[in-house]
Ligand binder design. Structure first.
Ligand code: AZC
Length: 812
């Protein structure tokens, strides 16, 4: 018999073998077979949805073959496994990603052409899996894809939220939130694993039993696993994303039901399911406590038990744990893993406490994603003690042990009636990392200053990256075709190859092709905006894009103030030869973040007034696209000329959108914040519009009395823009609608919008001037692409593998 991917195949399953080697073989037949026998439709009656499900199943079969082979190899090699624990995986659509990585694009397109079905529409029919809020969740998704591309044996562990991030629409300019319902449609990609079920407890008592303790929870739910295979580039490897769903231990109260109390009868099930019901729609502020802590413990505890079960199936010496298992904590959300792992090793397996801590620390590592104080998790001792009584004691003992080991230490995880999860994560991890060079240095100097003094080797930097498969190859087919034509296709999993484009910049044909690809992407986007959103924009104009969560530190209000000032200046002087611009915004505000929601409304109000102004509208348009998500990003980024990365320096840990834009040939206007610093170093300062204060200057400026008032007094444009808002130019029926914004900006202005305004204006006019010279602009844009190769998440993952996980690749 032949051997394929480690599977011996006989003649009667030869088709499986063929499929493994040449996934395009028989695709059309498989789609039709799936349509009939899985979807239950014939081609005459199939809807777009039916076709998508059929295609997805046909693609999924092809992944499963690789998936089994990958798992088998991992066992055969006794390889170390990486476990990425994350509350969020913002994976977006999966079908096109899988098709790209299996290289099925042409076969699928051909199959649907033959079937007379609109293939593009089939792909677009898939809802986004929005199991994340923003950067942190999207990074986790890029990491999963890179881990599979590299062939590093890995699992992602998270929560299977019934409702992902809310759907956003605008009513009268205001954000309106509606529940997201991705699971209402059949989710093709997952496999339910009823056999992988763990009971997770909460509350109750701790009973001392000799040196150990026994925790007897009073409340319990089941965690049930759902597995999604994640296939890497060229289908060489596939890892697993395992998401936990909550269900009741006693699902149904028959006695109550028979008494006719149907609501009460169903209550236990409803209550249990609440745990995996919704993703917290909150990016950086502290959310509704108890349920959130339950979610965190629920998925962390289930994941640890699953990890130990797998470990036990292969090894009988628990002391091998750090050699065979690496667990990455994505932010502090799974930080309870520290005490829980100690509990499993000490209470349940009988290891000495100190040894349990040492083993846990050798296994765990922690990534910090933000320095914003309101986003650093702290739990009240009261709540944690009630929900997780044993863990409270263990945290105290972890603190005591750490104090014994480090007599000079100042802080502790348990202090002032609270548990500081950052502190706990640091103490329980062998490595702690930041996500950009600047952020990592600020971690050492600020939040973790004391701990860094005690453990100077623990903090390391791993600058974020993005997967080039989704963020160039698949979202920007025109540019990727051009790149492949110029340098071959090795760049797809070796992104630094893009540097080889640089010599091609002297080739007029290549530069022409680059400009043509961008232009065509912009035409596509304008057509889409015209059809779907009734917005007419000129594709010749500069597309200036700011897409990300709405937050004061990200300063969408700085951007809209500049738009107002520009509008006023154009009105005053319409014939000054303005470089036409379309300012595009996208992003959601946390439902409880009133100020951010005000910013959204202001942008929409400004858009209405500015776009209706016949004097300025040939030169300036403002657009806020609703319901920003991964799929919208894939549409916008390839069409962008200018990327807005304008956070207050020191506040954006890294950013990853900034990398996607540069890779797709947009120029950045930005501050020296997060990974902007490293992007600018690599693409060249002449190809980046820098403005604003540095992180140090920001800190000093805040100490100057009336800094905002002084900045306003010194800048007539800023003063006039604020005045227009205050006088109701954009809200004539409600003049003080934006009083909180204007008062804040003229007063405390913590994020220094006013102080950075003048320099931002200057940089924007520099961008205008640069855009007018279209040949020079294209060159700068192409240099951004050619020099962005370092920002691949493959590079980031290799950094984690080498410096944090000590894990290897099994890719053939
Ligand atoms: C984000 C950071 O804000 C962003 O700068 C970074 O690029 C991203 O993580 C990935 O590292 N943080 C979050 O999304 N959320 C929290 C709670 O930090």
């Amino acid at each position: 018999p032949d051997k394929v991917c480690g599977i011996y195949v006989t003649a009667n399953n030869r088709n499986i073998m063929l499929r493994a080697q040449m996934p395009h073989i028989g695709l059309r037949e498989d789609i039709l077979r799936q349509l009939a026998y899985v979807v239950g439709k014939d081609p005459e009656h199939a809807t777009l949805y039916d076709w998508r499900i059929a295609l997805s199943h046909a693609v999924r079969e092809r992944i499963v073959d690789r998936w089994f082979a990958s798992t088998r190899r991992t066992y055969e090699e006794g390889a170390k496994r990486v476990y990425y624990l994350s509350m969020e995986f913002l994976i977006g659509r999966l079908l096109e990603d899988a098709i790209t990585n299996l290289r099925l694009d042409e076969a699928a397109e051909l199959a649907f052409r033959e079937l007379g079905i609109d293939y593009a529409a089939v792909l677009l029919d898939e809802p986004d899996a929005a199991l994340g809020n923003g950067g942190l969740g999207r990074l986790a998704a890029c990491f999963l894809e890179s881990l599979s591309t590299i062939g590093c044996p890995a699992y992602g562990y998270g929560i299977r939220y019934e409702h992902g991030l809310f759907r956003q629409s605008f009513e009268d300019g205001r954000q309106v939130e509606a529940p997201e319902t991705w699971l209402l449609q059949h989710h093709v990609w997952e496999f339910e694993r009823p056999e992988a079920m763990f009971q997770i407890g909460f509350g109750g008592e701790v009973r001392e039993a000799g040196a150990r303790a026994v925790w007897e929870p009073t409340e319990a739910v089941f965690a049930e696993a759902y597995d999604t295979p994640i296939v890497g580039w060229q289908g060489r490897w596939a890892n697993t994303l395992r998401l936990w769903s909550a269900r009741a231990v006693d699902p149904f109260d028959l006695e109550r039901f028979n008494l006719g109390d149907y609501v009460a009868a169903a209550a236990p099930e409803a209550l249990a399911r609440t745990i995996s019901r919704v993703l917290y729609p909150d990016d950086t502020t502290e959310p509704g406590k108890e349920l959130r802590l339950k979610q965190e413990f629920f998925f962390t505890a289930a994941s640890l038990r699953d990890i130990l079960r797998r470990f036990d199936s292969e090894y009988d010496d628990i002391r091998k744990l750090p050699a065979k298992v690496a667990i990455q904590l994505n932010d502090t959300h799974p930080a309870i893993a520290g005490p829980e792992l100690v509990r499993l090793l000490h209470d349940e397996r009988g290891l000495e406490f100190d040894e349990a801590v040492a083993l846990a620390r050798g296994t765990l590592s922690y990534t910090n994603h933000t320095l914003l104080p309101e986003a650093l998790e702290k739990w009240s001792e009261g709540l944690m003690g009630r929900l997780l009584p044993r863990h409270m004691t263990l945290i105290e003992r972890i603190d005591a042990l750490h104090a014994r080991e480090n007599p000079t230490r100042k802080a502790a995880a348990r202090a002032n009636g609270q548990v500081n999860m950052g502190e706990l994560s640091f103490v329980m991890a062998h490595k702690v990392n930041g996500v950009s060079a600047l952020h990592t240095e600020l971690m050492k100097a600020t939040v973790f200053e004391d701990l860094h003094q005690l453990h100077p080797d623990r903090i390391v930097n791993q600058t974020n990256g993005v997967t080039p498969r989704r963020w160039l190859l698949s979202c920007n087919p025109r540019l990727s075709a051009l790149v492949t034509e110029a340098i071959g296709e090795d760049w797809v999993d070796d992104l630094e190859q893009l540097a080889r484009l640089e010599p091609r910049l002297s080739d007029a044909g290549f530069v022409e092709g680059f400009a043509a690809a961008k232009r065509a992407n912009k035409v596509d986007l304008s057509n889409w905006m015209a059809q779907g959103h009734d917005l007419l924009v000129d594709p010749e104009a500069m597309f200036d894009v700011q897409i990300k969560r709405i937050h004061e530190y990200k300063r969408q209000h700085l951007n809209i103030l500049e738009a107002i000032a520009l509008w006023q200046e154009i009105r005053a002087n319409p014939d000054a030869g303005w470089a036409p611009r379309v300012k595009i915004f996208g992003g959601k505000a946390a439902p409880g973040y009133v100020f951010a929601k005000k910013i959204i409304r202001l942008i929409n109000d400004v858009a209405r007034v500015v776009n209706a102004d016949p004097v300025t509208s040939p030169h300036l348009k403002v657009v806020f696209l609703p319901n920003y998500n991964v799929s919208l990003a894939e549409r916008l980024i390839p069409a962008a000329d200018l990327s807005e990365q304008i956070s207050t320096a020191g506040k954006e840990a890294s950013g990853t959108g900034n990398m996607k834009f540069a890779l797709n040939g947009a120029l950045t206007i930005g501050t020296l914040d997060g990974a902007n610093v490293e992007i600018r170093e690599r693409v060249g300062e002449e190809n980046f519009f820098l403005f604003g204060m540095t992180a140090d200057e920001v800190v000093n400026r805040r100490d100057i009395a009336n800094h905002a008032a002084k900045a306003i007094a010194a800048d007539t444009r800023l003063e006039l823009a604020l005045k227009a808002i205050r006088e109701g130019a954009f809200s004539p029926k409600e003049r003080d609608r934006y009083r909180d914004i204007t008062d804040n900006l003229a007063g405390p202005d913590y994020f220094l919008v006013c102080s950075d305004f003048a320099d931002y204006w200057r940089a924007q006019r520099e961008a205008d001037a640069a855009y007018r010279d279209s040949a020079a602009w294209t060159r700068k844009a192409a240099l951004n692409t050619a020099r962005s190769g370092w920002f691949s998440s493959d590079r980031t993952i290799r950094g984690y593998m080498g410096e944090i996980w000590n894990a290897g690749s099994l890719n053939p």
